[in-house]
Write a new protein. Structure first.
Length: 129
């Protein structure tokens, strides 16, 4: 799976976002270690704490299907600027990806930048096994 394919999926799925409060649609496309792809969108709620980000939606879908190792995730929105995972999403990603996991930050026109999760969240909390 190429980065551009994940970006395209993230850009397309963002249209499904439920964002009546912020009107800020976000889509995510996640690639697992087993080369399975899961997508997610942000889902808002009148009780703001019940809102879920696109990244976590994709992660939770993957984990609920037995996929617990993430290789990459692309995040896209309607913004002309690059979009990045929030702090909570970064920590959730760290639970299922290593510091070399690829994070693809996109603009609404498809331009993207590559980061590692370690760059975006150094010294994350991790389960020591």
């Amino acid at each position: 799976m190429e980065d551009k394919e994940l970006v395209k999926l993230a850009l397309n799925i963002r249209k499904q976002a439920y964002s009546p409060y912020s009107r800020f649609k976000v889509g995510a496309a996640l690639l697992t270690e087993n080369n399975r792809i899961f997508t997610g969108v942000n889902i808002e709620n009148a009780s703001y704490g019940a809102t879920n980000c696109a990244e976590r939606t994709a992660v939770f879908k993957a984990v609920s299907e037995g996929e617990t190792k993430i290789r990459a995730i692309a995040i896209a929105s309607d913004s002309e600027d690059y979009i990045y995972p929030c702090g909570i999403c970064r920590q959730v990603l760290a639970e299922f990806g290593d510091s070399d996991m690829k994070v693809i930050s996109c603009k609404n026109n498809g331009e993207y930048k590559l980061y590692t999760l370690g760059e975006l969240l150094p010294s994350s909390f991790k389960l020591e096994v």
